[in-house]
Design a protein around this ligand. Structure first.
Ligand code: PHE
Length: 347
């Protein structure tokens, strides 16, 4: 077989292989085997030195022709295979944007959290700071610093979960009063704070009692703070919570840490004071306890009660939520029944 015939045969054989190649790896192998340094074409070109002077250019240009033709076919086939690979990948990764989506259920903040945040916002708007206290508290702060020494009969008002003789689950948020007062620097201005959180009492759970519930404590201390400031503050709060037309009234009461102490009622938001099922036909709803901070409480926290005075109050978010949303059983707030909780979607 002459060199030309060999090259011709090689061309046909290689073209067939290129045509048959179905992936890029195989195609590259064919390229290396045929056109590479150790391939047959290079070999032919190398053997040219043994040819006669007139044969040499003919064979040379023929070999080049075949090499170019093969290179061109390899390139063309490569493009086809690359396109096929791309089409396959696109087909596989295709996303049908018209398919209907999966529903992602979005949770809601607990209704009590919503109520507490709403009230915090109102107080922050009036220049109060929001302070967090401890749910596990010392007897010292929960009772003694609130003017309730160990043998004080009014301790019975709040049945207590004791952990040790000195450590307990706080029965109210009032200990935060003492903790905040003793730290406050009055050279920087008056003390105005609210403190929301959980409280605990050894009550038997029923529709209106829960061994765990919530309070928001409020405390303002400055020079010349009066009962009028207390009344005005609580009136604004009630109007923001229950509507502009609300009025409040104060009734005498007793707490060891305030003197005088009051029970605060708000005019019924449902009937406007006519009497209905929400206000038990009285026109008024009992909503919170409050009073002027007892001088003993001020003094025990290092505040001069001849110079400073203040008011304090304790609100129940559970009760507010029950009234506002007509919830009849306080336990509903704590059973985590999603059907109940989801009714309060908030904003
Ligand atoms: N700590 C009182 C309670 O739990 C409420 C209260 C707070 C009353 C502040 C007066 C002043 O019942």
């Amino acid at each position: 077989m002459s060199l030309q015939e060999k090259l011709e045969a090689l061309k046909h054989e290689t073209l067939a292989k290129i045509e048959a190649a179905t992936d890029l790896v195989v195609l590259n192998q064919i390229r290396v085997e045929t056109l590479g340094k150790k391939g047959p074409i290079t070999e032919v070109l190398r053997g040219m030195k043994d040819l006669s002077a007139e044969e040499r250019p003919k064979v040379g240009s023929f070999a080049n022709e075949i090499r170019d033709a093969l290179a061109e076919q390899l390139e063309a086939r490569k493009e086809v295979l690359e396109q096929e690979a791309m089409d396959a990948a696109l087909a596989k990764e295709r996303i049908d944007v018209t398919l209907s989506g999966k529903q992602m259920p979005i949770g809601t903040r607990h209704v009590l959290t919503q109520i507490m945040e709403e009230m915090e916002d109102i107080f922050v708007g009036m220049g109060y700071q929001v302070v967090e206290g401890y749910e596990v508290e010392k007897d010292h702060y929960n009772f003694e610093r609130m003017n309730l020494p160990k043998d004080h009969p009014a301790r019975d008002m709040q049945d207590t979960f004791y952990i040790t003789d000195e450590i307990l689950l706080r029965t109210h948020t009032s200990p935060v009063q003492a903790r905040t007062m003793e730290k406050h620097d009055f050279s920087k201005g008056p003390l105005r704070m609210v403190s929301p959180g959980k409280v605990f009492r050894r009550d038997t759970d029923d529709a209106t009692h829960s061994h765990q519930f919530h309070q928001i404590e409020g405390l303002v201390i400055d020079k010349n703070v009066t009962m009028g400031d207390l009344k005005g503050t609580l009136e604004v709060l009630m109007q923001k919570m229950f509507g502009e037309d609300r009025e409040i009234r104060l009734r005498p009461s007793y707490f060891p840490f305030t003197e005088p102490s009051v029970e605060v009622d708000v005019s019924c938001f449902k009937c406007g004071g006519q009497g209905c099922n929400v206000c038990k036909q009285t026109g008024w709803i009992e909503i919170l306890g409050a009073g002027m901070v007892h001088p003993n409480v001020l003094e025990m926290s290092g505040i001069d009660s001849t110079k400073y005075s203040g008011f304090a109050f304790g609100l129940g978010p559970d009760r507010i939520a029950m009234l506002r949303y007509g919830v009849n059983d306080i336990r509903d707030f704590y059973h985590n029944d999603i059907r109940f909780i989801h009714q309060f979607k908030g904003e």
